[in-house]
Design a protein around this ligand. Structure first.
Ligand SMILES: [Fe+2]
Length: 138
Protein backbone atom coordinates (compact mmCIF):
# COMPACT_ATOMS: atom_id res chain seq x y z
CA UNK A 1 0.00 0.00 0.00
CA UNK A 2 1.24 3.44 -0.95
CA UNK A 3 1.97 6.02 1.77
CA UNK A 4 0.77 9.61 1.73
CA UNK A 5 3.35 12.29 1.02
CA UNK A 6 4.37 14.59 3.83
CA UNK A 7 4.96 18.21 2.83
CA UNK A 8 8.22 19.53 4.24
CA UNK A 9 10.55 22.47 3.68
CA UNK A 10 12.44 20.71 0.94
CA UNK A 11 9.40 21.28 -1.28
CA UNK A 12 9.41 25.05 -0.71
CA UNK A 13 10.55 26.96 -3.79
CA UNK A 14 10.08 30.49 -2.49
CA UNK A 15 7.38 31.73 -4.87
CA UNK A 16 4.35 31.79 -2.61
CA UNK A 17 1.60 31.15 -5.15
CA UNK A 18 3.49 28.18 -6.61
CA UNK A 19 4.28 26.74 -3.20
CA UNK A 20 0.64 26.91 -2.13
CA UNK A 21 -0.51 25.35 -5.41
CA UNK A 22 2.00 22.52 -4.99
CA UNK A 23 0.77 22.02 -1.45
CA UNK A 24 -2.80 21.81 -2.67
CA UNK A 25 -1.81 19.35 -5.40
CA UNK A 26 -0.14 17.08 -2.85
CA UNK A 27 -3.24 17.35 -0.65
CA UNK A 28 -5.40 16.15 -3.57
CA UNK A 29 -3.04 13.23 -4.17
CA UNK A 30 -3.04 12.36 -0.46
CA UNK A 31 -6.83 12.47 -0.44
CA UNK A 32 -6.91 10.06 -3.37
CA UNK A 33 -4.36 7.73 -1.72
CA UNK A 34 -6.54 7.84 1.40
CA UNK A 35 -9.53 6.64 -0.64
CA UNK A 36 -7.52 3.62 -1.80
CA UNK A 37 -6.38 2.91 1.76
CA UNK A 38 -9.97 3.03 2.99
CA UNK A 39 -11.12 0.91 0.05
CA UNK A 40 -13.69 3.47 -1.01
CA UNK A 41 -15.98 2.81 -4.01
CA UNK A 42 -14.45 2.95 -7.48
CA UNK A 43 -16.55 5.93 -8.49
CA UNK A 44 -15.06 8.08 -5.71
CA UNK A 45 -11.57 7.02 -6.71
CA UNK A 46 -12.14 7.90 -10.31
CA UNK A 47 -13.54 11.29 -9.36
CA UNK A 48 -10.51 12.03 -7.20
CA UNK A 49 -8.25 11.20 -10.15
CA UNK A 50 -10.20 13.51 -12.40
CA UNK A 51 -9.95 16.34 -9.91
CA UNK A 52 -6.16 15.83 -9.67
CA UNK A 53 -5.96 16.12 -13.44
CA UNK A 54 -8.21 19.16 -13.54
CA UNK A 55 -6.24 20.98 -10.87
CA UNK A 56 -2.93 20.04 -12.51
CA UNK A 57 -4.09 21.57 -15.80
CA UNK A 58 -5.03 24.78 -13.98
CA UNK A 59 -1.78 24.83 -11.99
CA UNK A 60 0.36 24.36 -15.13
CA UNK A 61 -1.45 27.24 -16.84
CA UNK A 62 -0.79 29.37 -13.82
CA UNK A 63 2.96 28.55 -13.88
CA UNK A 64 3.10 29.20 -17.61
CA UNK A 65 1.45 32.62 -17.19
CA UNK A 66 4.02 33.54 -14.56
CA UNK A 67 6.86 32.42 -16.86
CA UNK A 68 5.40 34.56 -19.65
CA UNK A 69 5.00 37.52 -17.35
CA UNK A 70 8.68 37.42 -16.43
CA UNK A 71 9.95 36.45 -19.92
CA UNK A 72 11.42 33.25 -18.57
CA UNK A 73 13.88 31.86 -21.15
CA UNK A 74 13.05 28.22 -20.28
CA UNK A 75 9.31 28.58 -20.92
CA UNK A 76 9.11 26.38 -24.04
CA UNK A 77 10.98 23.43 -22.50
CA UNK A 78 9.06 23.73 -19.27
CA UNK A 79 5.76 23.80 -21.14
CA UNK A 80 6.77 20.68 -23.08
CA UNK A 81 7.37 18.88 -19.78
CA UNK A 82 3.91 19.91 -18.61
CA UNK A 83 2.29 18.73 -21.84
CA UNK A 84 4.11 15.38 -21.71
CA UNK A 85 2.86 14.78 -18.19
CA UNK A 86 -0.72 15.68 -19.13
CA UNK A 87 -0.61 13.36 -22.17
CA UNK A 88 0.73 10.52 -20.09
CA UNK A 89 -1.78 11.10 -17.31
CA UNK A 90 -4.64 11.16 -19.80
CA UNK A 91 -3.46 7.89 -21.35
CA UNK A 92 -3.27 6.21 -17.95
CA UNK A 93 -6.71 7.47 -16.95
CA UNK A 94 -8.19 6.15 -20.19
CA UNK A 95 -6.75 2.72 -19.41
CA UNK A 96 -8.07 2.82 -15.89
CA UNK A 97 -10.14 -0.15 -14.96
CA UNK A 98 -12.19 1.09 -12.03
CA UNK A 99 -11.91 -2.19 -10.17
CA UNK A 100 -8.15 -2.50 -10.26
CA UNK A 101 -6.76 -0.92 -7.11
CA UNK A 102 -3.23 -1.75 -8.28
CA UNK A 103 -3.70 0.58 -11.22
CA UNK A 104 -4.63 3.45 -8.92
CA UNK A 105 -1.50 2.82 -6.86
CA UNK A 106 0.49 2.83 -10.06
CA UNK A 107 -0.90 6.20 -11.15
CA UNK A 108 -0.36 7.69 -7.69
CA UNK A 109 3.27 6.48 -7.66
CA UNK A 110 3.81 7.75 -11.18
CA UNK A 111 2.43 11.16 -10.30
CA UNK A 112 4.40 11.47 -7.06
CA UNK A 113 7.64 10.51 -8.81
CA UNK A 114 6.95 12.96 -11.61
CA UNK A 115 6.06 15.74 -9.19
CA UNK A 116 9.24 15.18 -7.15
CA UNK A 117 11.49 15.23 -10.21
CA UNK A 118 9.75 18.16 -11.86
CA UNK A 119 9.51 20.40 -8.84
CA UNK A 120 13.10 19.79 -7.73
CA UNK A 121 14.35 20.46 -11.26
CA UNK A 122 12.28 22.54 -13.65
CA UNK A 123 10.17 24.33 -11.04
CA UNK A 124 13.10 25.17 -8.78
CA UNK A 125 14.98 26.72 -11.68
CA UNK A 126 11.91 28.72 -12.70
CA UNK A 127 11.29 29.95 -9.14
CA UNK A 128 14.91 31.03 -8.69
CA UNK A 129 14.56 33.13 -11.84
CA UNK A 130 11.19 34.60 -10.83
CA UNK A 131 12.51 35.52 -7.40
CA UNK A 132 15.47 37.34 -8.90
CA UNK A 133 13.11 39.17 -11.27
CA UNK A 134 10.85 40.20 -8.41
CA UNK A 135 13.82 41.57 -6.51
CA UNK A 136 14.87 43.48 -9.61
CA UNK A 137 18.13 41.54 -9.82
CA UNK A 138 17.76 39.95 -13.26
FE1 LIG B 1 6.16 23.16 -13.64
Amino acid sequence: MLDKIVWDNSYVLGVDEIDSQHQHLLALINYSIGLVQKMKPAQELKESMLSIRKYTIWHFKSEEQLMELYDYPGLVNHQEEHNDLLDSLKEQLLELDEHQIAKYNQIHSFFIAWFGGHSFGYDREMCTYINLQRKGLE
